[in-house]
Ligand binder design. Structure first.
Ligand code: GLV
Ligand code: GLV
Length: 324
């Protein structure tokens, strides 16, 4: 009897191929592009040995209880792990795989795209061009702020933060600063990024980019207090998780002109309801959580999650295992 694997969604072809070619497990899958309903998930996990999930599934005590003691591996096709109850997984001795590294470049690239779209007001400008707002060339119309000679602040200097810094340097950024729960001295020295307090990061940054993991410590970290210390010309970018930001505080900072603009790839909730006040602000660019969305990257994530799962089932070292 082969071990049973449940996959919570249709996944990119490279992921499914890797699992099928291994021939070492029996696969059941929620065959849809939409998330598996919670009730279905709770039914399907019963008696499985490994779970292949996405960031849309909350893997908590209820799911793990429903799965029962046969479950030894959870493999998520994401670098983020805030949807997993790590304490519950650890208590049960369940091993967890995730997908860092393979998405670093794609996420950094999208972060730059979002930053430029926000700072140079691309979405607003496209609308004006299309809708008759383009009366004539005007000296100060549609002006934003440039990266040249600017100070960029990174909140959460990890793999993605490093890739963002390396991509921004050729734009002529003058100074890179960062703040992190745990200072990354070696990496920071290597790429010439200076550690500062959160307050100094807020005060000095022309562009503040959030790329930390969502944990109990970072939840709501970008709040009224932080926004009130930022420059009125500052651009705020978040490609990590929506819950790192107090969205109501961000709304007020944007609506009152306390900061210039924001670009968000992540929100609370996702999707953000179309009538949400943030959508009404011209100085807020909102993307539907697409930072890792290149075909190659999503296939690489799917394959890595498959290899993590297969290694976990065999009791071998996973290519990318989350330390619990
Ligand atoms: C995307 O947000 C991921 O965690 O992979
Ligand atoms: C811009 O198009 C310029 O010619 O200054």
């Amino acid at each position: 009897n082969l071990p049973k694997v449940y996959i919570t969604r249709r996944i990119p072809p490279d992921g499914l191929k890797a699992l099928q070619q291994a021939g070492s497990c029996e696969i059941e899958q929620w065959d849809s592009d939409d998330p598996v309903p919670r009730s279905e998930l709770l039914k399907k996990v019963s008696g499985i040995h490994a779970l292949y999930c996405l960031l849309t599934e909350k893997i908590d005590k209820e799911v793990l209880d429903a799965a029962g003691p046969s479950l030894t591996v959870v493999s998520t096709m994401s670098v983020g792990y805030d949807h997993l109850s790590l304490e519950e997984l650890k208590n049960r001795g369940i091993r967890v795989g995730f997908t860092p590294d393979v998405l670093t470049e794609a996420v950094a690239e999208l972060t730059i795209a979002l930053l430029l779209a926000t700072s140079r007001r691309l979405i607003e400008a496209v609308e004006e061009a299309k809708n008759g707002g383009w009366g004539t060339w005007k000296p100060l119309w549609m002006c934003g702020s440039g990266l040249t000679e600017s100070t960029v602040g990174i909140l959460g200097l990890g793999r993605i933060g490093e890739a963002i810094v390396n991509r921004l340097r050729p734009f002529g950024v003058n100074k890179f600063l960062y703040n992190d729960i745990a200072p990354r001295e070696e990496l920071a020295a290597k790429i010439s990024v200076d550690f500062v307090s959160l307050e100094e990061l807020a005060k000095q940054s022309d562009f503040l980019i959030v790329c930390c993991a969502l944990t109990p410590e970072t939840q709501g970290m970008c709040n009224k207090q932080l926004f009130s210390k930022m420059k009125r010309s500052a651009v705020f970018i978040n490609t990590s998780r929506g819950a790192v930001v107090n969205q109501e505080d961000l709304y007020h900072a944007l609506a009152s002109g306390q900061i210039a603009s924001a670009g968000l790839d992540v929100t609370v909730p996702e999707p953000l309801p179309t009538n949400h006040p943030l959508f009404k602000l011209k100085n807020c660019v909102i993307l539907p959580h697409i930072a890792s969305a290149t075909v190659e990257t999503r296939n690489a994530m799917a394959a890595l999650a498959a290899h993590n799962l297969l290694a976990g089932l065999k009791g071998e070292a996973m290519p990318k295992e989350l330390k619990l």
